[in-house]
Design a protein around this ligand. Structure first.
Ligand code: CAA
Length: 261
């Protein structure tokens, strides 16, 4: 497997790729070189037929403390505009397979936005989420304002974006921003995310991809368009071997053997 400078890539299970952000000295600040490696590793995993789901994590202290402020501080408008700075960050949303964030410690600014780009967020009790860009004289630029609205509503999004206040894992769970808070200590969240990824990977990959596609479509479509889209994708799954196998296995009271075809 390829070796990277700012991330670690491992296979905790043959069907799961675990990507660990690894710039401990800067609390996993999301520099451009780091993001390049992250995109590459995730895109490779997405293409690998033996992989069913991916997990993204950081360290106990920080999932990621945001975009790299030291890299950004001297940039000019003309640079960031011409190069469409942060456009690379949108590539994560093109992944077909599910990506689960296992968050411990700081998930601030771009770190919070990165977690929000994932399909499911699990948080350890130490996780802290926030959009502190306002304290730097800017605003979120990696999708935070837009994705938070969907996750937690307008008033709470305004509060986070305009005050820069961090919220705890428990608040994030109560607000519906994360699926749940896992375990008592720090280490458990990654284990739980890997076990969830493994479970997802045991399903039909075609159905999983379709499920992700229709859930994400709800962000972009009206309710009636979304319902129609969901129904059409549901219909299309009747063309797969996995639908035949899944339903036959139920009728025959046995476990399905999905072939992802
Ligand atoms: N960029 C670059 N370096 C960072 C960083 C960041 N986002 N966050 C932390 N670091 C560095 C610190 O500069 C420090 O480096 P040195 O040892 O060389 O000084 C190291 O990581 C450890 O950090 P602290 O000493 O500050 O650790 P702490 O425990 O006292 O504080 C913290 C932790 C509260 C997370 C604090 O580091 C902090 O406030 N970080 C910045 C958070 C932030 O503003 N994030 C938003 C960035 S802008 C953005 O993300 C834009 C966007 O929408 C895409």
């Amino acid at each position: 497997q390829q070796s990277y400078e700012y991330i670690l890539v491992s296979r905790p299970d043959p069907s799961v790729v675990l990507v660990t952000l690894n710039r401990p000295k800067s609390l996993n600040a999301l520099s451009s070189p780091l993001f390049k490696e992250l995109n590459q590793a995730l895109e490779e995993a997405d293409k690998d037929v033996s992989v069913g789901a991916m997990v993204l994590t950081g360290s106990d202290r920080a999932f990621a403390a945001g975009a790299d402020i030291k890299e950004m501080k001297d940039k000019q408008f003309s640079d960031v505009y011409k190069n469409d700075f942060l456009v690379d960050w949108t590539r994560i949303r093109q992944l077909h397979k599910p990506l689960i964030a296992a968050v411990s410690g700081y998930a601030l600014g771009g770190g919070c936005e990165l977690a929000l780009m994932c399909d499911i967020i699990l948080a350890s009790p130490t996780a802290k989420f926030g959009q502190p860009e306002i304290n730097l004289g800017v605003i979120p630029g990696g999708g935070g304002s837009q994705r938070l609205i969907h996750a937690i509503g307008k008033s709470r999004t305004m509060e986070l974006v305009l005050t820069g206040r961090n919220i705890t894992a428990q608040e994030a769970a109560a607000w519906g921003m994360v699926s749940r808070v896992v375990g008592e200590g720090e280490g458990e969240v990654v284990k739980e995310a890997v076990s969830m990824a493994k479970e997802i990977a045991s399903k039909s990959q075609i159905a999983v991809q379709a499920g992700k596609e229709v859930v994400n479509a709800a962000y972009e479509m009206s309710l009636s368009e979304g319902l129609r889209f969901e129904r059409r994708i549901f219909h299309s799954l009747f063309a797969t071997n996995d639908q035949k196998e899944g339903m036959a296995a139920f009728a025959e009271k046995r476990k399905p053997n999905f072939t992802h075809s």
